[in-house]
Design a protein around this ligand. Structure first.
Ligand SMILES: Cc1ccc(-c2c(C)sc(NC(=O)CCCC(=O)O)c2C(N)=O)cc1C
Length: 350
């Protein structure tokens, strides 16, 4: 199945009936004795995660706990069947699986920085705005690829992004084996059994389970806010009900401290109540690339500068003329490349 741009479309492993056939199709089988486990790096109810070595490079190994239920086994290998279909610099790369011997294992590239939310908390205040936007841009690029092959993530959050060398960010945590525990404050039990991380999920997905790449864009907006806030919890200590109620009522997260307003405007576009009005990941990627190419746009001095410089508006008709009078025509050029209005056409309010 190939789309117009030649990318192999994502195939849901459940189409294969037998999960073992799916994983044999999408993942290379590795002999257990070729994997050297070095240290534990995490774990949940169903699996433990280790740092290890395989084929001469550092890897991460997720090992299914012995005695897991058949469903836990199916969910475990479905994650590998999903991950094995992806190939992109900003999506975690599967190396292979151990399924013919027990315990079963999933082997991926090692991401030394760990999850983005904990990385940001550790780095609080130590990263520049440009570095933060570079990380967000990586997530947008990975999501543009996943949405292009029609994969809907459903749980995009900073905790499910991994940080590698040079702070490269990669989308992770696929499949049904979500470690959203009963006691996990982010999981809200939904009638049809699925668990939904309320504060990251678009209103239409909460209300009637309408998940789409547009609901992934909403979640991406929350990830941008988490990143610019160095890992702050979205909506702080509000209850899930308060979040749903206030967001439905139009409330949106505010500009994080020291976050340029132009970055908050990207978040606000991702949180449009109407999912058809939200930007696609391709457009978000272009807007972030424009910001990275013109870092001066990240300084909000355009606002503080105007308060410092008085101009006689009565003689000026458009913002373009005003910028010219301040020898700041470059801003107009930058705004146009960033996909905003040509300010020479925007008249001044008298
Ligand atoms: C299939 C899969 C998905 C994700 C991972 C994974 C985690 C859940 S956490 C982590 N890396 C770290 O936490 C780095 C820790 C650094 C340290 O403490 O030394 C990874 C990962 N891929 O690196 C693993 C697998 C197998």
């Amino acid at each position: 199945l190939f789309s117009t741009d030649g990318l192999a479309q994502y195939v849901d492993p459940s189409n294969y009936g037998d999960p073992m056939e799916a994983v044999r199709t999408f993942a290379a089988e590795i002999e257990e004795n070729q994997i050297k486990l070095e240290s534990t790096i995490g774990g949940g109810e169903f699996a433990e995660v280790f740092k290890g070595f395989y084929d001469g490079s550092a890897v991460a190994v997720k090992r299914l706990k012995q005695g897991s239920s058949l469903k836990a086994m199916d969910d475990f290998i479905s994650e590998a069947s999903i991950m094995g279909q992806f190939k992109h610099a900003n999506v975690i790369q599967l190396k292979g699986v151990v399924t013919t011997t027990r315990p079963m294992m999933i082997v991926t590239e090692f991401m030394e920085g760990g999850s983005l939310d904990s990385f940001l908390k550790e780095q609080k205040g130590k990263l520049t705005t440009l570095q933060l936007i570079g990380m967000i841009r990586g997530v947008a690029s990975g999501m543009a690829y996943l949405s292009a092959i029609n994969f809907i993530h459903r749980d995009l959050a900073a905790r499910n992004i991994l940080v590698g060398e040079n702070m490269i960010c990669k989308v992770s945590d696929f499949g049904l084996s979500r470690e959203l525990e009963e006691d996990d404050p982010d999981s809200e039990y939904q009638t049809q059994g699925g668990k939904i991380p309320i504060r990251w999920t678009a209103p239409e997905a909460i209300r009637y389970r309408k998940f789409s790449s547009a609901s992934d864009v909403w979640s991406f907006g929350i990830v941008v806010w988490e990143t610019m806030s160095f890992g702050e919890r979205p909506y702080w200590d509000w209850s899930n009900f308060q979040v749903m109620d206030r967001v439905e009522g139009g409330y949106r997260l505010p500009v994080p401290v020291k976050c340029p307003k132009i970055v908050h405007s990207v978040m606000m576009d991702c949180w449009d109540q109407d999912r058809t009005q939200r930007p696609r990941f391709e457009e978000i990627l272009k807007r972030l690339d424009n910001l990275i190419r013109t870092p001066e746009m990240l300084h909000d001095e355009l606002v503080c500068y105007t308060s410092a410089v008085s101009a006689d508006f009565t003689k000026l008709n458009t913002i373009g003329e005003w910028l010219k009078s301040l020898h700041m025509e470059q801003y107009n050029a930058n705004f146009k490349t960033a996909g905003y209005k040509d300010l020479t056409q925007v008249t001044c309010l008298k």
